[in-house]
Design a protein around this ligand. Structure first.
Ligand SMILES: NC(=O)C1=CN([C@@H]2O[C@H](COP(=O)(O)OP(=O)(O)OC[C@H]3O[C@@H](n4cnc5c(N)ncnc54)[C@H](OP(=O)(O)O)[C@@H]3O)[C@@H](O)[C@H]2O)[C@@H](O)CC1
Ligand SMILES: Nc1ncnc2c1ncn2[C@@H]1O[C@H](COP(=O)(O)OP(=O)(O)OP(=O)(O)O)[C@@H](O)[C@H]1O
Ligand SMILES: [Mg+2]
Length: 368
C-alpha cells in the first residue's frame, strides 16, 4: 500500500484494512505505525505555528539555580485550598506536584474529614483541617464559623507566594462562601491565585471575585471553559476562532490569564495568545489538571521572583509572570505525561506522571 501525502487517517486505515494479503497482526501494527507517523506530522505543524510558546527556553529562564545562601521558603511556598469528603486525591496531586518541581513548602487547607486522609498520603504536606461544610454547621453558627475559617487561612496569607483554589473543593454552598472571602483576602494581600476545578464553578457564578485582578489564573478544562464562555461571552465555544475567543474572554474578565486545557493548551492574558502543544499522553486519567495547577503555582512564583529581581532586564517573552507560569507548567506536565506513558502505557496513572516531573525538568534544566 502506498501512503500519499495528504491522505487522511481514515483513508489510510481503510486501505490497510482492505490489504487482504497481510496477516491481521501485521495490518494492526501497520495501522498503528501510520497513525503514529501521521499524528506526529500533524503535531509538528501545530508546534511550528507562530503562537507556539518557546517553552524550553522559558523553563530554563525561570527555574532558579541552586544557591547555598538561600534559606527554606525562598524557592516557593504554595497553598492549595481544596479537599472535602468526596475528593482527597485532587488537592494532594496539586500540592505534591509543587514540591516535586522544587517548591520548599506546600500547604493544604481542606475540610476536617479530608485532612487525616491527605496527611496519610504524604508527611511532606502541611495540612490544615479548617474548612467546614454545611452539614457540620448549624444556621446560628454560620457567621462566626465563617469568620474563624477565613481568619485561619488569613494568618498564613502573607507567607504564601501563590494560592491554588479549587482542586477537590466540592460545591457545598457554605464552604464556597468561605472560600469567596479567602479569595478576597488573597487579592488584598496581592497573592497570585490559580483557580481550578470547583473554584471555577464558584468564580464563574461570581466573576467579581477575580475580575480585573492581573495575578489571577483560571485553568478550565473542556466543561469548565464551556461554562465560562456561556456566562461571560453569552455564546457557545467557537473552535474556528479559538484564539480570538480566548483573547476576548480574558479581556472581558479584566485581564486575568486563562489556560484553556485540551489537546493543545491555549493561554491568554487578554493581550496575547500562546499555545503549548508538545507531546503529552493519550491517557486521560483524572488528576492531570491538578498536577498542572500545582505546577503553574511554582513556576508563576519563580517567574515573579525573577522579574522583581531583574528589574525589567528579562530577555524572555512574554514578560507577564502569569503567562510564563502557565507556559512552563503546561509544557512540563505534558512532557512528564509523555515520559510516564512511554513507561506505563495503558496503566499510566496520575501518580506515575508526578514521578516523572523531576526527570522532565532535569532534562531541560539540569540541577548541576
Ligand atoms: N482523584 C480526585 O480526587 C480527583 C478529583 N477531581 C475533582 O473533581 C471535582 C470536579 O471536577 P471535574 O473535572 O470532574 O469537573 P467537570 O469536568 O466539570 O465535571 C465532569 C462532569 O461531572 C459533573 N459534575 C462535576 N461535579 C459535579 C457536582 N458537584 N454536582 C453535579 N455534577 C457535577 C459535570 O456536570 P456539569 O457541572 O457540567 O453539570 C460534568 O458533566 C473537582 O473538585 C476536581 O478537582 C478531579 O480533579 C479528578 C481527580
Ligand atoms: N486531548 C489531549 N491530548 C493531550 N493532552 C491533553 C489532552 N487533553 C488534556 N490534555 C493535557 O492534560 C492536562 C489536563 O487537562 P484535563 O482536560 O485533563 O484537565 P482536568 O479535566 O481539569 O483534569 P482533572 O482530572 O485533574 O480535573 C492539560 O494541561 C493538557 O495539557
Ligand atoms: Mg480539573
Amino acid at each position: 500500500m502506498i501512503v500519499k501525502h495528504g491522505m487522511n487517517y481514515l483513508t489510510v486505515l481503510n486501505s490497510a484494512r482492505n490489504h487482504k494479503l497481510a496477516p491481521p497482526l501485521a495490518v494492526l501494527r501497520r495501522q498503528q505505525f501510520l497513525i503514529r507517523v501521521l499524528g506526529v506530522r500533524g503535531e509538528n505543524r501545530m508546534q511550528g505555528s507562530k503562537f507556539e510558546a518557546d517553552s524550553d527556553n522559558i523553563l530554563r529562564a525561570i527555574t532558579p539555580v541552586f544557591d547555598p545562601n538561600r534559606h527554606k521558603g525562598q524557592a516557593g511556598k504554595v497553598a492549595v485550598i481544596g479537599g472535602c469528603r468526596e475528593y482527597t486525591g485532587a488537592p494532594y496531586f496539586a500540592a505534591i506536584s509543587a514540591l516535586k518541581i522544587g517548591a520548599d513548602l506546600s500547604h493544604v487547607f481542606c475540610t476536617k474529614d479530608a485532612a487525616p486522609v491527605i496527611k496519610s498520603y504524604s508527611p511532606e504536606l502541611i495540612v490544615h483541617p479548617v474548612l467546614e461544610e454545611s452539614y457540620s454547621v448549624g444556621d446560628r453558627d454560620k457567621d462566626h464559623i465563617s469568620r474563624r475559617v477565613v481568619a485561619e487561612v488569613d494568618k498564613w496569607m502573607e507567607r504564601f507566594d501563590c494560592l491554588v483554589v479549587g482542586p477537590g473543593l466540592g460545591r457545598d454552598p457554605f464552604l464556597l462562601d468561605c472560600v469567596s472571602e479567602i479569595i478576597k483576602q488573597a487579592r488584598q494581600s496581592n497573592v497570585p491565585i490559580i483557580i481550578d476545578g470547583d473554584g471555577l464553578f464558584l468564580v464563574t457564578n461570581n466573576l467579581g471575585l477575580v475580575s480585573g485582578y492581573p495575578l489571577a489564573i483560571l485553568t478550565p478544562n473542556v466543561n469548565e471553559y464551556k461554562r465560562l464562555v456561556q456566562k461571560v461571552l453569552n455564546c457557545e465555544v467557537n473552535d474556528q476562532d479559538a484564539h480570538g475567543q480566548l483573547l476576548s474572554l480574558a479581556k472581558q474578565i479584566g485581564g486575568v490569564t486563562i489556560l484553556r486545557k485540551g489537546k493543545c493548551d491555549l493561554i491568554s492574558d487578554g493581550e496575547i495568545v500562546k499555545s503549548v502543544s508538545n507531546h503529552g499522553s493519550p491517557r486521560r486519567c483524572g488528576g492531570q489538571g491538578d498536577i498542572l495547577s500545582g505546577s503553574v503555582a511554582v513556576f508563576l512564583s519563580w517567574a515573579r521572583q525573577l522579574i522583581l529581581a531583574d528589574e525589567g532586564n528579562l530577555i524572555i517573552s512574554p514578560t507577564n509572570p502569569t503567562m510564563l507560569g502557565c507556559i512552563a507548567g503546561s509544557a512540563l506536565l505534558r512532557k512528564a505525561a509523555s515520559l510516564a506513558f512511554e513507561d506505563r502505557k495503558r496503566s499510566t496513572l496520575t501518580t506515575d506522571i508526578i514521578e516523572c516531573l523531576g526527570r522532565s525538568l532535569e532534562d531541560i534544566c539540569p540541577a548541576c
